[in-house]
Design a protein. Structure first.
Length: 201
């Protein structure tokens, strides 16, 4: 078995309207001359997790860092023009990705600070050509993972992230309001407002 030390998060760089999974990415990667899909997991738009390259095999998802990492990719990541990076992931995807990453952390004894975005691996480790991937905020994602890890609660909707850790003595803060727009997701609102889904009541 490989010595796995990190989980690397990616996006497929596809539009929000593209319902793609392992079969499509496998075809794209084979067209590049690769040995099939380079990611170990892909999270579809509806939150379904599909297994790609077997974990015991080195992936093809982050040059210079494949040997000791697991690659997880979420379908989406670019705007309707097919080029501009866009955090257009669904709530179901983020919940499924969070739970998948937690399972992998437990199985392979990976601490949350070793869960990195592709962009972060390039910035901190490989110093390859810069990328926007995975587009979504990794700090916010790691916070969601930690909240779920420490709460241990059954939270299939994501609405209770972090509530079990609330301090009974904390002072009430004034409520803020937000007008929901067409196409909004909890994940997208939390990103724009600089908060977490747990705080969206």
């Amino acid at each position: 078995m490989r010595d796995i030390t990190h989980i690397v998060m990616h996006c497929t760089a596809t539009r929000a309207t593209a319902d793609i999974g392992v079969a499509e990415v496998d075809r794209w990667h084979r067209a590049k001359g690769w040995a099939g899909v380079g990611y170990h997991f892909i999270v579809r738009r509806n939150g379904a997790v599909e297994s790609g390259r077997p974990i015991e095999r080195k992936g093809a998802h982050v040059r210079g860092f494949n040997a000791r990492s697991i690659g997880v990719s979420l379908a989406g990541g670019v705007a309707s023009d097919g080029q501009t990076p866009e955090d257009n992931f669904t709530d179901r995807q983020m919940i499924a990705a969070r739970d998948l990453v937690l399972d992998l952390m437990v199985t392979y004894h990976i601490p949350v600070d070793k869960v990195l975005g592709h962009r972060e691996v390039i910035q901190r480790i490989t110093h390859d050509s810069p990328k926007a991937c995975p587009v979504f905020s990794m700090d916010r994602f790691r916070t969601m993972v930690k909240e779920r890890e420490y709460s241990g609660a059954d939270d299939s909707t994501g609405m209770n992230w972090g509530t079990e850790m609330a301090d009974d003595d904390e002072k009430d803060t004034p409520e803020r309001t937000y007008t929901v727009r067409s196409g909004d997701t909890l994940w997208g609102i939390a990103n724009r407002e600089g908060t977490t889904i747990a705080d969206l009541r």
